[in-house]
Design a protein around this ligand. Structure first.
Ligand code: ADP
Ligand code: ZN
Length: 847
């Protein structure tokens, strides 16, 4: 009784990041009682320009930067904010490093359910609420204004979607503007978090025991009621939707039974846990003995974890060397120490198989965050993590922001994967953010790969100026001394004569070499599985009319359209445009339109014709539309129900199928011609990955790589399993050409509706960059400007694209120049109207 509750600190000012693509943060007044309730990370509704928008409280400034501050209109969260304060420090770092507005970063990082709905809503102001109350008590004329006020007052949260006005016609619109002029109603941009309320469900159960004679009597009078009671007696408490499934519309019956006191209902909050169909037993399938390399790596990692200081590592282990086992044990060590963990994997590796390996071992403590979740599911998982119920998060890119606290470990599997870099909006790289987060948390950061990025490999194996070192852990052999698969390279050039394009009617050339065909036949005869990899979707990569030379391209992008046979359509793989495939050339009426370049659809057809008895499956973005489809295909392969799986890089990644003994790569050089300095590196990585799918079980694996460019170093080194050899050669090339890790890059891309406008805007930027470098002697020799030049993909979705590449010795100098240019571009005299500038710090993709 003697203790006195301390008075809550009063914080009359708040710094707010608004969830809009505008720079900076804004100060607002926090009127009582808000001043005592606000916490860092809370979502608030604030006036912004002429409307109200959602923002995140990111700080409590001592003094205001300007006079006449506006006040926060509402607090949108109760209790603990969803965003822990430490996470906000990370978001601030992201905003600063990637030159993105903090509010935009919040919107990207936080679960979809928190992103602002694009829809505008109407909200009653306090004056409006008073007016509505007055109407209720005192009455008044039934005008359109009064009706609108009443409707707003009646809606649970004082909000109405603007479309609610749709039926009200002109008088409704006029009423709205009158109410807004009088300050009774405001337009609010509200977070969609409210769309994703925890789901509630009605459970129906018997109120007491049933006696049979009474039931029989009821059955004569009201047979359906009796049937529902019998059902409940048999099944126990049942969710209303399940009853509906059994009896049709049962709500009136249930209501009658409630009224007669025979059943009771209750509302329960149901977790929207995603069913991966795997169970979550905990404890299962741990190998009894670790390999020596695994235990050595774990000794180092556990010591680093115990030290509670930031320690970054690269785990470089060949495919099948047991990296995942190391991740799981490190996560277990973190849990044992009372800390949590985040495991990042590329979206396409986030398969039931992989998730199952974690959930079987760690049980319910795992939350899974992937892009297939609905807003509500994502929010549920986020809340479970925030409450500490799920201290382990397995997820794709944005899971790097999951509210795990305290964090002990971040794993980034397949750290070289391009999908860790977001390529629009806030262009962050989850692998790099992971290292910063681990530094802030004093955690272990473990980057794992069979084929690390050249940057990480260099940081781990030698001193790179301007880059922090990584501890280097190796798993040089497969578990149980399984051999790496034997790789044969098939030179396609010898077949060039044969492979000449033919007319559409004629039999096209075989996309599969005799060597691969024979290996397929043998594999099928042995009842083993094969996997064919070709990184092109569709049937034919382009169509061409030999009479007039027309090549069928996209109208809004500078690329060819891909022929998809199943839909008889030409599709753009960049903008998604689709049109019926022409039977004759629309330009000249030519009837012999030719198909070039086989895609996965064509390979599937070839297999069907050549091996009619084989069970085939295809895996690429065309067949995986609904998320479940990938799961089904992978499950079938794992269960041995598929003999040959053909697909794009979706088949190359991470899967551990013990029955696959043959891997065929149909066109190994397909990525090499891309105008990107990482093309060779990516090819080596992809070939190594896909080859690594073979021979993971008891039988040894075999890989056949077909190529028109078999002597290319990327193909030679990959075939020899000599990644280190490739890295050494490639690193020297990067040094000479001035690319990462020796230089840091920022790509400034402008797009505009016309080629001339894009060129002009890029020219202006280049001139401003040159002026800046000339004016600032501290930048001399530090930053170099390359371009401007048209982007390799010169037109996308109707916008023409040019770019300017900044190269620097350290990231600070290049980012400083980029930030200054961005600020100049925003000035009235800046970038010409219609042109847009996007800034990409550490670009992963220069197309
Ligand atoms: P990676 O991730 O390096 O490709 P995985 O972690 O998928 O390798 O391991 C390959 C296979 O070996 C898996 O089926 C895994 O369960 C098994 N495995 C891992 N470690 C061991 C071990 N020490 N002894 C036996 N089997 C193991
Ligand atoms: Zn297009």
């Amino acid at each position: 009784m003697s203790s006195v509750a301390p008075l809550p600190a009063r914080r009359p000012l708040a710094e707010v990041a608004v969830a809009l693509p505008v720079g900076g943060t804004f100060h607002y007044l926090a009127p009582p009682p808000l001043d005592a309730r606000l916490a860092i990370g809370h979502r608030v509704l604030v006036p912004f320009g002429r409307r109200q928008v959602t923002g995140y409280v990111v700080g409590f400034p001592e003094s205001a930067e300007v006079d006449g501050l506006k006040a926060i209109a509402a607090l949108l969260d109760d209790g603990d904010p969803l965003v822990p304060p430490a996470l906000l420090d990370l978001l601030r770092w992201v905003a600063d490093y990637y030159l993105a507005p903090l509010g935009e970063v919040c919107r990207t990082a936080l679960p979809g359910g928190l992103a602002p709905a694009s829809s505008r809503r109407l909200v009653l102001t306090p004056e409006g609420l008073a007016a509505a109350r007055a109407l209720e008590t005192e009455g008044g004329p039934d005008t359109a204004e009064a009706r609108l006020l009443r409707r707003l007052a009646a809606s649970a949260d004082g909000l109405l979607h603007r479309s609610a006005l749709a039926g009200a016609g002109r008088s409704g619109k006029r009423a709205l503007s009158a109410l807004r002029r009088r300050g009774l109603v405001a337009l609010a941009e509200r977070v969609g978090g409210d769309r994703a309320k925890p789901r509630r469900e009605t459970i129906v159960r018997l109120a007491g025991p049933l006696d049979e004679p009474a039931l029989a009597r009821l059955g004569r009078r009201a047979p359906k009621r009796a049937a529902v009671l019998r059902f409940l007696r048999e099944r126990g408490p049942t969710p209303l939707p399940a009853l509906r499934a059994a009896f049709g519309e049962v709500a009136p019956i249930v209501r009658a039974l409630v009224d007669s006191g025979q059943v009771a209902t209750e509302e329960v909050e149901i977790g929207r846990r995603v069913d991966w169909g795997l169970g979550a037993a905990g404890g299962g399938d741990a190998p009894a003995v670790l390999t020596r390399a695994q235990s050595e790596a774990l000794t180092v990692l556990r010591a680093a974890l115990a030290s509670q200081t930031f320690a970054p590592f690269l785990l470089h282990g060949v495919t099948g060397s047991g990296k995942t086992e190391v991740y799981i044990r490190l996560v277990e060590a973190a849990l044992a120490a009372g800390r949590g963990a985040i495991v990042l994997v590329p979206e396409i590796s986030l398969t039931p198989q992989l998730v199952g390996r974690f959930t079987r071992r760690l049980g319910d403590r795992v939350a899974v965050l992937h892009s297939g979740l609905s807003d509500g599911e994502r929010l549920d998982e986020w809340r479970r993590v925030r409450r500490g119920e799920a201290p382990v998060v397995v997820g794709a890119r944005s899971a790097v922001f999951a509210p795990v606290e305290p964090l002990g470990v971040i794993v980034v599997d397949e750290e070289q994967e391009g999908s860790f870099k977001q390529d629009d909006g806030v262009r962050y790289h989850a692998r790099d953010v992971a290292q910063v987060r681990a530094r802030q948390a004093g955690a272990v950061c473990l980057l794992g790969s069979a084929t690390p990025s050249l940057e990480s490999w260099a940081r781990a194996t030698q001193r790179v100026e301007g880059a922090s070192p990584l501890g280097y852990l190796r798993l040089p052999e497969r578990v149980e001394a399984r051999p790496l698969p034997v790789v044969e390279v098939v030179d396609l050039r010898r077949k060039l004569g044969e492979a000449a394009p033919r007319a559409r009617a004629a039999e096209p050339p075989s996309p599969v070499s005799p060597a691969l065909e024979q290996a397929l036949a043998e594999t099928l005869a042995e009842r083993r599985q094969a996997l064919l990899f070709l990184n092109r979707r569709g049937y034919a990569t382009f169509l061409l009319c030999p009479d007039c030379g027309t090549r069928f391209g996209c109208e809004s992008c500078a690329v060819s359209l891909v022929y998809h046979r199943a839909e008889r359509a030409l599709r753009c793989h960049y903008c998604g445009a689709s049109r019926p495939a022409p039977a004759v050339c629309p330009k000249c009426g030519g009837t012999q339109v030719l198909q070039f370049g086989a895609g996965t659809e064509r390979i599937e057809e070839w297999l069907r014709a050549r091996f009619p008895g084989a069970r085939l499956a295809r895996l690429d973005r065309d067949v995986v539309g609904p998320r479940g489809a990938v799961r089904d295909v992978l499950k079938e392969v794992a269960a041995g129900e598929v003999d040959v799986l053909v697909g794009t890089q979706m088949v190359a990644k991470g899967h551990d199928f013990a029955g696959v003994t043959l891997v065929g790569v149909l066109l190994a050089e397909s990525g090499l011609s891309l105008p990107d300095f990482r093309a060779a590196e990516r090819t080596v990585q992809l070939l190594t990955q896909v080859a690594g799918r073979a021979g993971r079980g008891d039988a040894p694996g075999r890989v056949i790589v077909q190529s028109y460019d078999p002597d290319h170093p990327a193909i030679r080194f990959a075939a020899a399993h000599d990644a280190d050899g490739f890295y050494a050669v490639e690193l020297e090339a990067r040094r000479e050409l001035g690319y990462p890790p020796f230089r840091r890059l920022v790509n400034l891309r402008v797009d505009a509706p016309s080629e001339a406008a894009a060129r002009r805007a890029a020219g202006w930027l280049a001139a401003r960059a040159a002026a800046r470098l000339a004016a600032d002697s501290s930048l001399a020799g530090q930053v170099e400007v390359v371009g401007p030049a048209p982007a390799p993909l010169a037109r996308l979705r109707g916008r023409h694209r040019w770019q300017l590449l900044l190269k620097g010795r350290g990231s600070a100098a290049v980012r400083r120049v980029a930030a200054a240019l961005a600020a100049e571009a925003r000035q009235p005299a800046g970038l010409s109207r219609g042109a847009m500038l996007s800034i990409d710090v550490d670009p992963a993709n220069l197309l």
